[in-house]
Design a protein around this ligand. Structure first.
Ligand SMILES: *Cc1c(COP(=O)(O)O)cnc(C)c1O
Length: 238
């Protein structure tokens, strides 16, 4: 078995066990391969193992990489998006996760209309209130949620968060739980389900699944340590 195959077996096992512990079906959790900083060859290798969902966090990198990757993959943008890159994002990605302001949502709406498509989005919540991270404060999101949802070219599918780094993943359980609670309140406002909860990464995916994650974003545990980036274009999003 290749290293990637071994990693994948291990990640799937972790997902299954977490689902079992929380009485969930393993199919209720999608695995995203976070391919940032990885060359197209590694994406192809992962695609050959049956992975179909990939995440990138820089537009410049994605613009070059996505056309070199196998077709029929689903690409999500998972970084911080500047409004002046909204046009590229709408052209390149199936889903934009991490929409973090009404102004950005309005720009995406405009670009989606120009490109004659609807754009599924996830709203990023800064649950822990870290100043180094992007995303809505939960109260502000609840106040603006119906305005966001009224943008006709955008489909709000759910919420995402990037939890603070912690050596012990149990410490971030309250963050994941809070995201689920905010999601439930948004769904109440909407009067409809808001199915997607994108939370959990290599180090804390079990806890995220136990708290309701439907999509986990995994980079390091799948591909190994990320190669460093070579061209300094945008400010790092992590
Ligand atoms: C890099 C990144 C990940 C993956 O992190 P790992 O710890 O390598 O699994 C997940 N989500 C976002 C938004 C990221 O930027």
């Amino acid at each position: 078995m290749s290293e990637l195959q071994e990693n994948l077996v291990s990640i799937r096992g972790r997902i299954e066990r977490a689902c079992e512990r929380s009485g969930r079906h393993p199919d209720s959790v999608r695995l995203m391969a976070v391919s940032k900083n990885q060359p197209p060859s590694r994406v192809s290798e992962a695609a050959a193992e049956g992975l179909t969902l990939f995440g990138e966090n820089r537009i410049q990198e994605a613009k070059v990489k996505i056309p070199q990757c196998p077709g029929r993959l689903e690409w999500h943008f998972i970084g911080h998006l500047q409004s002046n890159k909204a046009r590229d994002a709408v052209g390149l990605f199936h889903v934009v996760q991490g929409v973090d302001s009404l102004a950005l949502a309005e720009e995406l709406q405009k670009q989606a209309a120009k490109q004659a498509r609807t754009l599924p989005i996830l709203l990023e919540v800064n649950v822990a209130g870290e100043s180094s991270k992007f995303g809505w404060h939960p109260d502000r999101l609840l106040a603006e949620f119906l305005q966001l949802n009224a943008l006709s070219r955008l489909e709000v599918h759910g919420l995402m968060t990037i939890a603070p780094y912690a050596v012990d993943p149990e410490r971030v359980r309250p963050v994941f739980r809070r995201l689920r609670e905010v999601r439930d309140r948004c769904a109440d406002l909407l009067g409809a389900p808001l199915p997607v909860l994108s939370m959990g990464m290599s180090g804390d995916l079990e806890v995220a699944i136990e708290e309701g994650a439907t999509l986990v974003r995994v980079g390091t545990a799948l591909f190994g340590e990320r190669p460093r980036r070579t061209e300094p274009d945008e400010a790092p999003a992590e």
